[in-house]
Design a protein around this ligand. Structure first.
Ligand code: SAH
Length: 234
């Protein structure tokens, strides 16, 4: 089964963008995942193919219309589509590696990219949209957020990463940030590679890596450290 991504956007030309390069790009050309693009404007109405309108109750900006979004979603994803329908939104649940992993194990995703002030609230309920945020800051549109989400998913798909185990110790997979990395030369501007890493003693190396991961997490992400110690699931 190939992971199927469908994007609904006013700027489908932004895709595949970065996803057409490197790991994700190679996987796309090898059909390890597929990408379908829907131009929201194609479902717009009137002479100007209108997709938005002014917010009810007043206020700045424009709101994407529920009826237009509904038609686009139904065209990209029929009612019996098993894929989750995601709406990129700063109001959503913050994206986490555990959700990325869950999505990567599924049949794909339908991803709706907002613009302007966002979407008419009623479409979220009517089409069971799951809101996903990529962090506590505001982007001008959902497209870069969708690219980030897909990048995180695609690298986890079977056969995409060269070494299938290399993801296992990555930051957030273990509940900790990852330990630091080094490579040759042995000395760089007077700084050397920690001796233990060149000792060949695998047990000592693993202990050092674990210690450093814990130290880093404690210092940089006390929130993660707390969760790790209390064994709180994501
Ligand atoms: N008025 C909204 C922001 C709209 S930003 C608010 O204050 O909450 C326009 C669009 O960009 C959104 O509809 C969403 O699709 C996308 N977007 C902005 N920030 C995002 C974030 N942190 N995560 C995911 N999508 C985001």
């Amino acid at each position: 089964m190939t992971f199927r991504a469908s994007i609904i956007s006013l700027y489908p030309e932004m895709f595949p963008g970065p996803l057409g390069h490197s790991l994700a790009g190679r996987a796309l050309s090898e059909d390890k995942w597929s990408l379908e693009l829907t131009q929201l404007r194609d479902f717009g109405e009137g002479k100007h193919s209108r997709v938005d309108d002014t917010p009810s109750g007043g206020g700045a900006g424009m709101v994407l219309k529920a009826d237009i979004l509904g038609k686009a979603i139904d065209a990209a994803s029929p009612a019996d589509d098993p894929r989750p329908r995601l709406l990129m939104s700063p109001r959503g649940r913050p994206l986490h590696q555990s959700q990325v992993r869950q999505l990567a194990e599924g049949p794909g995703a339908v991803i709706i990219c907002g613009r302007f002030e966002g979407v008419d609230e009623r479409i979220i309920e009517a089409r069971n949209l799951q809101e996903v945020s990529i962090g506590d800051y505001i982007l001008s549109g959902g497209e870069p957020a969708a690219i980030i989400l897909l990048d995180a998913i695609v690298r986890l798909l079977p056969g995409v990463m060269g070494n299938d185990t290399s993801g296992d110790t990555e930051s957030f997979e273990t509940g900790l940030l990852e330990h630091p990395h080094y490579t040759r030369p042995q000395e760089f501007e007077g700084r050397t590679i920690p001796e233990v890493l060149t000792s060949g003693n695998h047990k000592a190396i693993a202990e050092w890596q674990q210690q450093r991961a814990e130290k880093l997490t404690k210092a940089i992400r006390p929130d993660l450290w707390d969760k790790f110690n209390k064994k709180i699931p994501d």
